[in-house]
Design a protein around this ligand. Structure first.
Ligand code: SF4
Length: 205
């Protein structure tokens, strides 16, 4: 896979907290994000549930919309859902303790990449600014130009993680077509089990 990053990009976080408290930003999570968060919360499932929301979609998602979505929705007995971080009433992330992220070292993939988003076209990856970030993020344009190879590798890692997550969800969805769909809560256990298995496999190699 090749990466195209046409323009020089400068970004240094100014800890404005905009991305962690914006009404427009919803942080969805992969099974690896969930597993990292679960570990940070000392494997306390109830604590994890307190931090997670399930974003629901209509039962029938048109194929065109489905193709534009980064994470595949999980079919559950409560409808099609994508897990993400819960927000407080003021729209701030449940894990934001101004001016810091409460889980900085294990923050989700989307947060680690912000304000960059990656777009895949055939075999190429393009790195773009997250929508509206140019207007709202004071860190954009600050600091030295970012290293091209770092951005390229971030893009490649991003798609690997998304791809692994979507494979897991595809398996889960296939099982729910043939059997009884899980509840949204039960689906979290399955995603965590994949994270645990992956960790075990890494330990064994
Ligand atoms: S997880 Fe951390 S970095 Fe991500 S939105 Fe929440 S507070 Fe911000």
């Amino acid at each position: 896979m090749t990466a195209i990053i046409p323009e020089e990009k400068r970004f240094t976080c100014q800890q404005s907290g905009h991305c962690c408290s914006s009404r427009e930003i919803v942080v969805t999570v992969t099974y690896r994000d969930l597993f990292r968060l679960y570990n940070t919360l000392e494997n306390n499932f109830q604590q994890l549930l307190n931090k997670i929301s399930f974003f629901r979609f209509d039962k029938l998602i048109p194929l065109i919309t489905r193709k534009q979505m980064v994470l595949t929705p999980i079919k559950t007995s409560q409808g099609n859902v994508i897990p993400g971080l819960r927000k407080r009433e003021d729209n701030s992330c449940i894990l934001y303790y101004p001016p810091n992220c409460g889980i900085y070292n294990s923050r989700p993939l989307a947060c680690r990449n912000y304000p960059f988003a990656f777009i895949k076209k055939k075999k190429e990856i393009n790195c773009v600014w997250v929508r509206n970030s140019l207007k709202s993020c004071p860190g954009i344009g600050k600091g030295p130009p970012l290293d091209f190879n770092t951005l390229k590798n971030n893009g490649i890692e991003h798609f690997k993680e998304i791809q692994s997550h979507n494979h897991v969800v595809d398996d889960l969805n296939l099982e729910s077509v043939h059997g009884k769909p899980l509840t949204a809560r039960e689906s979290l256990w399955v995603l965590l089990a994949y994270g645990e298995k992956e960790k075990q496999d890494l330990t064994d190699t």
